[in-house]
Design a protein around this ligand. Structure first.
Ligand SMILES: [Zn+2]
Ligand SMILES: [Zn+2]
Length: 269
């Protein structure tokens, strides 16, 4: 199994895992997780650096770096220069998470849009895929992806929890959908429907740890080790075996993010 989106080296309060990053990765390996993509996308350089360091320290870990839409207001010339430097590192397999979050509106919407466009332009310059975060901004997200020709590099709609129509439109643009633990919740109708309709070769799986733990861990701090619960649910709604969905989502992750994803977590990481 590959957890394509987990904040396992995050520097903010509430993200501390028992045993730290080494502990959470060891538990993931013991649960059968082979690779984790560590996302470093807060509002400063420290968080990006922590993700790159994590990918350098631990076998079976890659990184995604960028500035989260919540923190778009922090981006100035100096920070943007650091984003460019971070994203160029070979350990970094995608640019993000970037996009639009009009639910929390933590940054002004016009600033989120401008910083989102910058990330897409950077991804195209680096020939790396995008990791997209979008909430209550589906139409504008699609519009900007099209205007900025994001399909040239593709990417993933991370923590997919939108409408089925949005999911299908993103697939049409060449993007993958990464399914989070939310799909195990009772009111996940649209996500379940999207998993049913999406081709198996375009789905990924993620935890978005430490958030959004799947059932039966709902409400607890999420960990990559729990990604199997999401895979089980996807297999159930697709009418396939867990092994088939695991094989397909692993292959999809390697196809999107590159051969670095073949490196495996060490049992004693
Ligand atoms: Zn996100
Ligand atoms: Zn995230």
């Amino acid at each position: 199994m590959i957890d394509t989106h987990a904040h396992v080296a995050a520097t903010w309060e509430g993200a501390e895992y028992p045993g730290g990053t080494a502990g959470v990765l060891a538990r993931a390996a013991a649960a059968g997780v082979e690779h984790v993509i560590c996302v470093g996308a807060g509002g400063d350089a420290a968080e990006m650096a922590s993700a790159v360091a994590c990918a350098r320290t631990f076998a079976g870990v890659s990184a995604i770096t960028g500035i989260h839409p919540h923190d778009a207001k922090n981006v100035d010339a100096a920070l943007w220069k650091l984003v460019q430097e971070m994203c160029a590192h070979p350990e970094v397999v995608a640019v993000g998470e970037t996009g639009l979050d009009f639910h929390y509106d933590s940054s002004p919407r016009d600033v989120q849009v401008a910083v989102f466009r910058q990330h897409i332009q950077l991804a195209r310059a680096l020939h790396k895929p995008l990791c997209i975060h979008t909430r209550e901004a589906e139409d504008l997200t699609l519009q900007i992806l099209r205007e900025e020709r994001a399909e040239e590099v593709g990417g993933v709609i991370h923590c997919f929890s939108g409408t089925c129509a949005f999911g299908l439109a993103a697939l049409e643009l060449g993007f993958y959908l990464s399914i989070p633990g939310i799909v195990t919740f009772k009111k996940a109708g649209e996500i379940v429907e999207t998993v049913v309709q999406a081709p198996l070769d375009r789905l990924l799986v993620e935890t978005d740890s430490p958030f959004l733990a799947p059932i039966p861990y709902r409400g607890k701090r999420n960990e990559p080790a729990y990604v199997v619960e999401t895979l089980k649910k996807m297999a159930e709604v697709k009418g396939l075996s867990v092994a088939e969905v695991e094989r397909a989502t692993n292959a999809n992750a390697v196809r999107l993010f590159g051969p670095r994803l073949l490196a495996k977590l060490a049992p004693e990481s």
